[in-house]
Design a protein around this ligand. Structure first.
Ligand SMILES: [Zn+2]
Ligand SMILES: [Zn+2]
Ligand SMILES: [Zn+2]
Ligand SMILES: [Zn+2]
Ligand SMILES: [Zn+2]
Length: 411
């Protein structure tokens, strides 16, 4: 009876399941080298003129024939030292090599062997092993199972490979360095659940850590690093370090807004005072405001006296210039509306969609001056509900121009 043993390719059903949990990708082939070499058990019959390749004597009695042309007495075969790689007898005259554990093997077998990247030993016949095309690596199944796996790629980690440990997880350093990481935990965002991308900074926060990040009071970004500036306010590092901190620094930005209003045919009120306050100051409102408007970032107080209006625009320092331009345009719009209303009626009062009008003006400004996408997107996503609602209302009923929008008593 002829029995052939070939290298078999086995569907990686077991490995793929465990590999999936770490990497989400099955990139392994689970392979089996075959139990015995291509052996033909030729039985007890004595064929004429066949010699044993071990003892050199003519075959008599039970013998073994292999598919690569060797014949052996069964007893010689059983007693012979076997090559651990091919499991065939080592015959005198064959070139040999010694493995690190002292076993002797055929030199040709060693030269042609695949080696396990984990233990460094050859893959021997009869062993189950895994092969990865992606990494060009081969692993004994037992070595693969015993090795720690990279939490990003699922690749088994060989001794000596540089790693990064976070909590109970381990990552191959090269893969970790290339990965996108959660700002709070440092965990790579791949394989660690849903995450939030900050479009402006290009940073990531795993959703499970989102409560651990502060929301910047200026730009609204969720960022873990920045400054607690008191009164429960947090400014992200960017806004804090690039924020406008005095009236003088705000002037160039105000000029940009003034130019915009001019282009729109809107008269910019002369009697506007800009005050830049340290964080927290806007929280306490002790001004005799007839019309106070406040997002705790920027506020316009309009007061009457001697038949004219005075607008005090208070700015909380720490607003980054993009956010400053956006909210300052909104605030100036309040002053323009108040002026128009006062000229028509001698009174200061609220009309519907005022926030929407100011938001729409700022939106038009932001688009015309090419402010970043997060600013422009922010108008329709505003966290303050009436701002968002009123802005969307005005957006759905676009005015003829900004001038009619800001000077109409009712809209
Ligand atoms: Zn023999
Ligand atoms: Zn061999
Ligand atoms: Zn191994
Ligand atoms: Zn910020
Ligand atoms: Zn407003």
């Amino acid at each position: 009876m002829r029995r052939y043993f070939f290298n078999q390719q086995v569907e990686c059903s077991i490995i793929s399941r465990s590999a999936k949990t770490v990497s989400g990708i099955c990139f392994f082939l689970l392979l089996f080298t075959g139990l015995l070499p291509n052996t033909v058990f030729a039985g007890d019959k004595q064929p004429a003129g066949i010699f044993c390749d071990i003892c050199g004597q003519q075959i008599s009695g039970r013998y073994i024939q292999t598919s690569d042309g060797h014949t052996y007495h069964q007893t010689c075969y059983d007693k012979a030292e076997k090559c651990p790689i091919c499991l065939m007898p080592i015959i005198s005259g064959q070139k040999t090599a010694t493995l690190s554990d002292g076993r002797v093997c055929h030199l040709s077998c060693l030269d042609n062997a695949d080696f396990c990247s984990l233990c460094g030993e050859p893959i021997c016949r009869g062993q189950v092993y895994l092969k990865s095309e992606k990494y060009g690596e081969t692993w004994h199944e037992s070595c693969f199972n015993a090795a720690p796996k990279c939490g990003i790629t699922g690749r088994p980690i060989a001794p000596g490979v540089a790693t990064v440990k976070i909590g109970k997880e381990i990552f191959i350093k090269a893969a970790y360095d290339k990965s996108r990481k959660c700002l709070v935990s440092g965990l790579p965002v791949v394989n660690h659940g849903r995450y939030i991308v900050n479009a402006r900074t290009g940073t990531f926060v795993l959703e499970k850590f989102k409560d651990k990040v502060h929301k910047c009071y200026s730009c609204g970004d969720s960022l873990p690093d920045g400054y607690d500036v008191g009164h429960g306010l947090f400014l992200c590092r960017y806004c804090y370090e690039n924020g406008i901190k005095d009236s003088l620094a705000a002037q160039p930005y105000l000029n940009v807004i003034k130019t915009f209003f001019k282009e729109q045919g809107v008269t910019f009120p002369e009697n506007v005072k800009i005050v830049i306050l340290p964080p927290g100051q806007l929280i306490d409102d002790n001004l005799p405001a007839l019309k106070g408007h406040c997002r705790n970032l920027l506020r316009t107080n309009t007061i009457t006296g001697g038949g004219t209006l005075t607008h005090t625009i208070e700015l909380l320092w720490g607003l980054n210039p993009d956010v400053f331009l956006r909210v300052a345009t909104h605030e100036f719009s309040h002053a323009v509306i108040a002026e128009a209303r006062f000229a028509a009626s001698g009174k200061i009062y609220d009309v519907p969609y005022e926030e929407g009008r100011c938001e729409y003006t700022a939106y038009t400004f932001a688009r015309s001056r090419g402010l970043p996408a997060y600013i422009i997107d922010g108008f329709s996503k505003n966290q303050v509900e009436n701002y968002r609602k009123e802005f969307l209302h005005v957006l759905a009923h676009p005015p003829e121009n900004i001038k009619t929008l800001l000077t109409a008593i009712d809209f």
